[in-house]
Design a protein around this ligand. Structure first.
Ligand code: ACO
Length: 331
């Protein structure tokens, strides 16, 4: 039977805080519109720290919080949809920076569902018994991928990194992962690359989709389409995972959703009939940091002393892919 225990958490929040008013200095927007439509008041951008260094700082903090030396880590799983390198993988770069010399590494990319996917994978390795201590780190530097001429998407995102060190627990955990590949165009970011191989050229079908400079270079989002998907995906993932666990929403002490938009969280919470007081939200100051959202929430809660032994916790994510998933576990 699978089970996880969170030994420690850590975050790295980039230095540059940007409020809605700051954005309105160069974009046709205002604080009232952004806050009322999304809940977001500010976000942080990493002016110059690359994504893998952000990840390493969060990872180091998590290992320290767990009281685990980097050499004791058996595996690092990194989640990112905004890597600076195609290769090596971000987890390998983190391994080197923090000195986790005995850790194997792997990266995953299921966008905003990334932390859920990574913990799901980790739980299976822990159950297998080969690996005892696993670091899961989610880090996103989304600001370079966002089109600041697209006022409906750009206001939503921030940069951030967060990590957790986990080990096996005898208390059961349950998970559910899902994907809906069509339409991928609801949310995507193309990797624009010049070809200089004399035998290859750009693909015509892709060219037909990426027909503007913005589509070639920046994140593209169908806001309303993603919104509808996200409310349904959050409710479905929680329902399916609770059914596997033989639990109801009343049994859950804490729900930690992906922080995409306060209205998505509120609509899904209502549809599920969950007491909103059990649902943790920190989107106000962080915005959407994709896969880093959920572990950032975990870190907030741990630092506030609100992650208590015996609590039943539900993590739920949804994002580009379109992916979604949830995990229910007892801390
Ligand atoms: N400031 C001021 N006005 C704006 C802004 C802005 N930043 N952005 C859009 N508007 C305007 C539009 O131009 C439009 O004006 P019009 O009526 O004159 O044409 C009006 O506001 C309404 O625009 P809508 O797109 O209908 O606004 P909506 O209420 O749908 O909100 C939003 C847009 C916030 C993007 C919403 O659709 C949303 O949150 N969708 C979910 C997207 C999401 O969460 N993505 C995160 C990534 S995916 C993930 O993490 C799962």
């Amino acid at each position: 039977m699978r089970g996880i225990k969170i030994l420690g958490t850590g975050v790295y929040t980039p230095e540059t805080k940007v409020t809605n008013d700051d954005l309105s200095q160069f974009m046709d927007t205002n604080n009232e519109w952004i806050e009322s439509r999304t809940g977001i008041r500010s976000r942080n951008y990493s002016a110059s720290v690359p994504n893998h260094e952000m990840a390493a700082m969060a990872a180091k903090a998590a290992a320290e919080d767990a009281g685990v030396a980097p050499e004791e880590l058996d595996l690092i799983i990194a989640s990112t949809c905004s890597p600076e390198f195609f290769y090596p993988c971000m987890s390998g770069l983190v391994q080197n920076i923090i000195g986790a010399v005995n850790a194997a590494v792997m990266d995953i990319n299921t966008a905003c569902t990334g932390f859920i996917s990574a913990v799901d994978i980790a739980s299976r390795y822990l159950e297998d018994g080969d690996y005892k201590k696993i670091l899961v780190v989610a880090s996103e530097r989304l600001s370079p991928h966002v089109d600041f001429e697209d006022r409906s998407a750009s206001i939503l995102f921030g940069d951030g990194a967060a990590a957790a060190v986990i080990e096996k627990s005898h208390k059961p955990m349950y998970s559910y992962l899902s994907a809906k590949g069509d339409p991928f165009e609801a949310l995507y970011c193309y990797v624009n690359k010049e070809h200089n191989c004399p035998y290859t050229k750009e693909n015509e079908a892709l060219n037909a989709i990426m027909d503007t400079e913005a589509k070639k270079n920046y994140l593209q989002m169908d806001g309303k389409g993603v919104y509808k998907f996200a409310v349904d995906a959050m409710a479905t993932a929680v329902t399916k995972t609770l059914a596997k666990a033989g639990l109801t929403t009343d049994d859950i002490d804490l729900v930690i959703p992906h922080q995409a938009n306060i209205r998505i969280i509120q609509s899904a919470t209502k549809a599920l009939g969950i007491n909103p007081e059990k649902v943790y939200v920190n989107i106000y100051e962080h915005a959407n940091t994709s896969s880093a959202c959920i572990p950032t929430c975990l870190d907030d809660l741990k630092k506030e002393g609100r992650l208590k032994e015996g609590m039943k916790i539900c993590l739920v994510g949804f994002g580009a892919g379109l992916t979604s998933g949830a995990i229910v576990f007892e801390q």
